[in-house]
Design a protein. Structure first.
Length: 142
């Protein structure tokens, strides 16, 4: 090794190991501070379906008759059976849908905030009689 900047392979491995340890420690610190980060959109949908099914199952005991309770349980099982294959086959679709929803929300926010700024700057002062724009004024999103 004639070049002083070259490191033996073991140094590169030690560097990679140290980086991995630092990353793991940082992830553990963030989990401790903020809790478990949300999973993918598909995992979150699966959790939602399970939570709704659990809630409906807990409420079914208040239904009169075994026929009603078994009908509710059958409905829960059918819903899970319908959702699970879709989640398994297309997990990335749910991530894309979640991202698209976020983009739509950001676009809507931008349009409304821009219109509110224009409306506030163009709003005429009320005259002494109290006349002026009222609460039913239309906000144009174009």
């Amino acid at each position: 090794m004639s070049d002083a900047t070259e490191r033996p392979a073991s140094d590169a491995d030690a560097w990679a190991d140290a980086c991995a340890e630092d990353l793991a420690a940082e992830k553990a610190r963030r989990r401790a501070e903020y809790g478990q980060p949300p999973g993918s959109a598909a995992e979150e949908l699966r959790k939602l379906v399970d939570a709704v099914a659990d809630k409906v199952s807990s409420l079914q005991s208040s239904l009169p008759g075994m026929a009603a309770q078994s009908a509710v349980q059958q409905l829960i099982n059918q819903a899970k059976a319908a959702v699970e294959p879709v989640i398994e086959r297309n997990p990335d679709v749910f991530d894309h849908l979640a991202a698209a929803g976020g983009e739509l929300l950001a676009a809507y926010r931008s349009a409304v905030e821009g219109q509110e700024r224009r409306w506030a700057s163009e709003r005429p002062k009320k005259d002494e009689d109290g006349d002026g724009p009222g609460p039913g004024e239309h906000i144009d999103l174009d």
